[in-house]
Design a protein around this ligand. Structure first.
Ligand code: BJW
Ligand code: ZN
Length: 259
């Protein structure tokens, strides 16, 4: 049984000329990548993930924070894109202009076939120097620590400062070009599909609001209510890996749906 509103949302998608798909951690939840609301286990169970994702946490205990990110990169490497990620790639192939804007630091959209998603909060695969920003090599697959392991970060090859994850922490500015491109796409789109985000973290949460203010139709996929309900024309209370393929089938027929 699909959530009510699925048929209406599918019709809106089929008619869309300029689509923005805006995603958060719930998009990757069914690939086994935990959201920020899920409790941590092991060494990190006493921490709120949102407290580890700060420059202060890294300064206070670089091995704790680096170990957490290295473990997460390993988990993402072992994860596979889910049917929701694949449905997003189908949408991009069907709608004349599609921009995928993600807050996620994984690479599951890319691996599902979305060519160049805009990463608002950086990437697990782009470590850099914490002092001079020199890009650092990505440790090889299989070199990640097990769950709950501290790991001293490597040193920068240029200035010897500790290497940090290439992600955006609380209190840090978003990459300027990425944020501008996302705002521009939201400004121009006729439909924005927001998937699996709590809509609590700014300035990313402005993206659906920009689309709504400019007259775009906002469709939300999330099992829970969020502050973005207020700007949504259609709210689909369900899980991404099920609802997004259903939207593709409703918009373009069974043959279009991802495997
Ligand atoms: C499913 C599902 C399924 C589950 N299917 N759905 C007061 C007001 C406004 C702003 C602020 C404020 N006080 C402080 C701020 C600023 C702050 C902020 O927004 N704080 C709020 C929490 C209040 N923002 C910042 O600091 C940002 N920077 C900034 O403002 O800079 C200013 C500046 C300018 C110039 C110079 C210097 C500074 C930066 C924010 C960076 C956020 N970074 C993180 C970590 C990234 C790295 C990492 O991954 O570790 O980004 S935090 C975390 O939150 C991560 C996420 O991308 C982001 C959003 O979370 P998301 O994706 O929504 O996940 P969840 O877990 O919250 O929600 C999951 C959702 O999925 C839920 O709704 C579920 O129901 C749903 N779901 N299963 C579909 N199967
Ligand atoms: Zn350096």
């Amino acid at each position: 049984m699909e959530p009510s509103g699925t048929a209406e949302a599918a019709t809106l998608l089929a008619q869309a000329r300029r689509l923005v798909v805006f995603t958060g951690a719930g998009m990757s939840a069914e690939s086994g990548v935990p959201t920020f609301r899920d409790a941590l286990t092991g060494l990190w169970e006493q921490f709120d993930p949102r407290a580890l994702a700060t420059p202060e946490a890294f300064r206070a205990d670089p091995a704790l924070v680096w170990g957490w990110y290295e473990w997460r990169r390993g988990a993402v490497r072992r994860a596979e894109p889910n049917p929701g990620h694949r449905a997003v790639a189908v949408m991009a192939a069907r709608v004349p202009e599609t921009v995928v804007v993600t807050q996620n630091v994984d690479d599951l959209h890319e691996r599902a076939g979305s060519a160049a998603p805009i990463h608002l909060h950086g990437s697990l695969f782009a470590p850099r120097c914490s002092a001079c920003a020199e890009p650092a090599p990505v440790p090889g697959a299989g070199e990640e620590p097990g769950e709950g392991r501290r790991l001293t970060p490597p040193r920068c090859g240029r200035c010897e400062a500790p290497v940090r994850p290439g992600v955006v922490w609380f209190g840090e500015a978003l990459p300027e070009q990425a944020f501008e491109a996302a705002v521009e796409a939201a400004y121009r789109c006729d439909v924005l599909l927001t998937v699996g985000t709590s809509g609590l973290v700014y300035p990313a949460a402005e993206i659906p609001q920009v689309a709504a203010r400019r007259g775009g139709t906002v469709i939300q996929v999330n099992p829970e209510e969020t502050p973005l309900d207020a700007v949504c024309a259609v709210n689909l209370h369900g899980r991404a890996a099920r609802v997004l393929p259903a939207l593709v089938r409703g918009a373009w027929g069974d043959a279009a749906a991802p495997a």
